[in-house]
Design a protein around this ligand. Structure first.
Ligand code: ZN
Length: 192
């Protein structure tokens, strides 16, 4: 089971709506099965973005630095299914990820957010519980500082990825470029 704070849940849902009908997604980090960090990633695939969400190697390196900076464990990739249910596709399962997080927008304004654990070729649903930000330290990914819960506008979501880019671009690479994530694609990982 996973917990997600209201704040992080809202970031994902607002991103999902602002990118609709294209697929979008990002990386989730956390501690002890609680999702505390969301790194939205813009979809850069050349294919039909209503069908496919893709991450570049660069995105994955950026995610790694984001996780290290905030002392978060890598939990997995999340992405949206704008037209469908939050069930992993064969392509989603091909990445050998331990967990998959999918937002189903078949009913756009009543989104479904599911976590899946992939083990020995089988898929198991993981409950995701939305918890109040009260009593939980929520990290503002723009400043790296803890903050109180607040709503994030769609415009802010759009600015978010750029600000994270800038944040990381201005930093010394203090860590070896060795990702915690094992990807089977050499330069591009796509989720359908
Ligand atoms: Zn998918």
């Amino acid at each position: 089971m996973f917990n997600i704070t209201e704040h992080q849940y809202n970031i994902i849902m607002q991103q999902a709506q602002s990118c609709y009908p294209q697929e979008t997604g990002g990386i989730l980090g956390g501690r002890d099965n609680t999702i505390l960090g969301v790194l939205p990633i813009s979809n850069k695939v050349a294919q039909d973005r209503t069908e496919v969400f893709g991450l570049t190697t660069e995105d994955i390196e950026r995610a790694y630095h984001f996780l290290v900076k905030h002392d978060l464990q890598y939990l997995g990739v999340y992405h949206t299914h704008p037209k469908g249910t939050p069930i992993p596709s064969a392509q989603d399962l091909s990445h050998n990820q331990k967990f998959l997080f999918i937002v189903g927008l078949q009913n756009r304004y009543n989104p479904e957010f599911y976590g899946w654990r992939v083990q020995d070729g089988r898929v198991y649903a993981e409950n995701i519980k939305i918890i109040s930000d009260f009593g939980v330290t929520v990290i503002n990914i723009m400043t790296g500082q803890p903050q109180l819960a607040q709503s994030t506008s769609p415009q802010e979501i759009d600015r978010l990825a750029q600000m994270i880019d800038d944040l990381i671009a201005g930093q010394e690479l203090a860590y070896e470029k060795k990702g915690p994530i094992s990807w089977d694609a050499s330069s591009f990982s796509t989720f359908a």
